[in-house]
Design a protein around this ligand. Structure first.
Ligand SMILES: [Zn+2]
Ligand SMILES: [Zn+2]
Length: 318
């Protein structure tokens, strides 16, 4: 395992960038005390493959959060296929799936999510209660036999619950989730997952520029330790894409500073963004602000005693 970045809580320091340490000394994985976030899909809009995206990965959005021994999943892009196989291999029997919205890049892995077919697995899907169409209806359309050979079996086996913007829900085991409306065509919600005084905030898909929503988002992420942010664009290439529903890493970095977050993770990479370009963005961003990293398939953010680490671990894609 390679430790890419380590930050001390609320006092990010630049001298740890690129430092490598023995994983066992840092990671409290697989324990009840674990509070971690692992990336299974980091790409927005379209899954991509090829030599230029091998390192950061080409699957669309999917994150796995482990808190107090519980499994929480955010979004079900193509990365969810690989996560599903891994969850079953690990003997996990329940997960709460938080769905930000139903654009194709965030749901296309649902029919391929093996736990949803397992009689030994309980899947609870949380989605926005104010969405114009219930998510179960959309997933039923996605799994109609004309599109998916098995039909809506996985939808029938899933328990659906709703959460509204501004609402906080107690998941049990000391875990709370909160939702926040974002600025995105068709609507989208962000999630804040808290446990043991720590918080991850997921803000994607989101476009900055709506003053009322920006203010709510700033409040929503305040005091979060790690923010995963829609960094589809850079400030330089955002021009001409106003109204497309996505933001820039620079906006994410500014939001993180304001929030007092230790780490901000660029997420929802544009399909065209190559590994080399992401490396260059991370380097440029790190020079300006410590604790800015780019989501990478197989990378894991883990709570430590005194901060957070962002480390790469080979995903088990088989
Ligand atoms: Zn998206
Ligand atoms: Zn979207």
């Amino acid at each position: 395992m390679q430790v890419l970045t380590r930050v001390t809580k609320h006092v990010a320091s630049a001298d740890v960038m690129g430092r490598r340490e023995r994983a066992g000394d840092l990671m409290q994985t697989g324990t009840e005390a674990e509070f971690s976030l692992r990336f299974w899909g980091v790409r927005g809009s379209l899954p991509v493959t090829g030599p230029s995206t091998l390192r950061y990965g080409g699957n669309t959005t999917c994150m796995e959060i482990t808190a107090a021994g519980r499994t929480i999943i955010v979004d079900c892009g193509t990365g969810a296929h690989w996560l599903g196989k891994d969850l079953l291999a690990r003997g996990i029997g329940r997960a709460d799936l938080l769905m930000t919205h139903t654009h194709l890049d965030h749901i296309t892995g649902f029919p391929l999510f093996a736990p949803a077919y397992s009689p030994d697995f309980d899947l609870v899907c949380w989605a926005c209660g104010d969405a114009p169409r219930p998510i179960a209806d959309t997933l039923r359309s996605l799994t109609a036999q004309a599109i998916w050979p098995l039909g809506p079996v996985a939808v029938d086996r899933t328990e659906f619950r709703t959460i509204r913007s501004g609402e906080g829900i107690d998941l049990g085991d000391g875990i709370t989730i909160r939702a926040q409306r974002l600025h995105h065509p068709g609507g989208c919600i962000g999630f804040r997952i808290e446990q043991g005084g720590s918080a991850f905030a997921i803000v994607s898909d989101h476009e900055h520029g709506d003053d009322a929503i920006d203010q709510e988002v700033a409040e929503f992420v305040r005091g979060a330790d790690v923010i995963v942010y829609d960094a589809t664009y850079t400030k330089a290439d955002y021009g001409g894409h106003e109204g497309w529903g996505h933001s820039t890493w620079e906006q994410g970095a500014a939001l993180a500073t304001q929030a007092g977050a230790a780490m901000v993770v660029m997420f929802h990479h544009a399909p065209e963004r190559t590994d080399d370009q992401l490396d260059a963005l991370v380097e440029a961003a790190g020079g300006r602000q410590p604790g800015v990293v780019a989501a990478m398939e197989g990378a894991r953010v883990v709570r430590l005693a005194d901060g957070y680490t962002f480390a790469y671990e080979e995903p088990s894609l088989g």
